[in-house]
Ligand binder design. Structure first.
Ligand code: F6P
Length: 377
């Protein structure tokens, strides 16, 4: 690690919050100021705060006491530089963003976020800004990194929930269906489902057949186990729904005109609105098909809240400090990824627009099947 001339860096958090964001801000900020002699400033509420020049001090004293704190001290939003709602209209705000970047004499902008943030950062890189990103999300679906911070904490929360649901399902001879976050990737439902010993795990990557799910539960009953815990990812779909969804998604990708794109988007939005009640419908269907009383528990935002686990604090600190080191060397346009024990800068072009989903032959899938867990297929 070498000391360089004073650099000015900005930090923002964007997308859904998660545990570990503050630990990462602290990691970047402490190393940047304490070791590399940089000046650090925060921007509030993601790219919107950068566009509106709303700042937050991130001096060393502001970074004390935040390691264990959940959420983000900077605030966050899902606003995109390319299309931000301003005065009732969606406009490209990159000019204001560039102006504020220059106003603060920034040498680099650190963006902490998930898949959407990687895309937004790449967009700003294309506009000439020195961006560098860190991967966060409880969904663990950011491409090109083994893991994102936030995931381990959420995994612990969801696993504990399944543990607790087991004893009540068992006592009442019920099916308990527990909905776990993850629209497009099933890492959280799969990980917590295996760790918590769920009897059925349904994830977006493996469309399910409701009859097969019901049969797995009936089979348990036949062996004297008159209860079941079903861990279902938000985005899990039946085979039929998955076919509809993929057709609509493909139509959106292939749309060449504005009209086609608008139509495809409307079809997808309608599908998603209908799908939002899926876990409740699934619970009722299973009650009907098995004759077992059924209950639903939606874990929701409890999975994203509270203090980060030790693993997430370590990961966020490791990636955050590595980020400051990379900035000191003048490495930009990359995401700071975790690869095994190491930290690696990955060009944003390789990350943006990609999603890390659960491969059907992943060892966790194999193990789940080997312990007799139904994956609904
Ligand atoms: O991306 C993280 C995540 O928590 C997803 O698991 C979930 O589907 C989504 O965010 C919810 O987003 P929002 O905070 O916008 O409701």
């Amino acid at each position: 690690m070498s000391k360089r001339a004073t650099k000015y860096i900005g930090i923002l958090t964007s997308g859904g919050d998660c545990p570990g964001l503050n630990a990462a801000i602290r990691g970047v900020g402490k190393a940047a100021q304490g070791v590399f002699g940089m000046r650090v400033i925060g921007f509030r509420d993601g790219f919107r705060g950068l566009m509106e020049n709303r700042t937050a001090p991130l001096e060393l004293e502001n970074l004390s006491g935040i390691l264990t704190v959940g959420g983000t001290i900077l605030g966050t939003s899902r606003d995109k530089p390319r299309r931000m709602l301003v005065g009732g209209k969606e406009i490209d705000v990159s000019e204001s963003i560039i102006a504020n970047y220059e106003k603060h004499h920034l040498d680099a902008l650190v963006c902490l976020g998930g898949g959407g943030t990687q895309k937004n950062a790449l967009y700003l890189k294309g506009k000439g800004l020195n961006v560098i990103t860190l991967p966060k999300t409880i969904d663990n679906d950011v491409a090109m990194t083994d893991v994102s911070f936030g995931y381990d904490t959420a995994l612990g929360i969801a696993t504990e929930a399944i543990d607790r649901l087991h004893s009540t399902a068992h006592s009442h001879y019920r099916i308990v269906v527990v909905e776990i976050m993850g629209h497009r990737a099933g890492w959280l439902a799969l990980g917590a489902g295996i760790a918590g010993g769920a009897d059925v795990i349904l994830i977006p990557e493996i469309p399910y057949d409701i009859e097969k799910v019901a049969e797995a539960i009936r089979q348990r009953s036949r062996t004297g186990k008159h209860f079941s815990v079903v861990a279902v990812a938000e985005g899990a779909m039946s085979v039929r729904d998955a076919a509809h969804f993929h057709a609509a998604d493909e139509a959106k990708q292939e749309a060449t005109t504005k009209v086609q794109r608008k139509k495809a988007k409307a079809v997808l939005a309608e599908f998603q609105a209908r799908h939002s009640g899926n876990t409740l419908r699934l619970t009722k269907q299973l009650e009907h098909l098995t004759g077992l009383e059924s209950r639903v528990t939606i874990l929701g935002y409890v999975q994203r809240g509270g203090s980060p686990s030790a693993v997430d604090r370590l990961l966020a600190t490791r990636l955050g400090t590595a980020c400051a080191d990379l900035i000191s060397e003048g490495t930009y346009g990359v995401m700071v990824a975790s690869r095994g024990e190491r930290t690696e800068p990955v060009p944003l072009e390789k990350v943006a627009g990609k999603r890390k989903t659960v491969p059907k032959d992943h060892p966790w899938i194999t193990s789940a099947r080997l312990v007799g867990t139904s994956l609904g297929d």
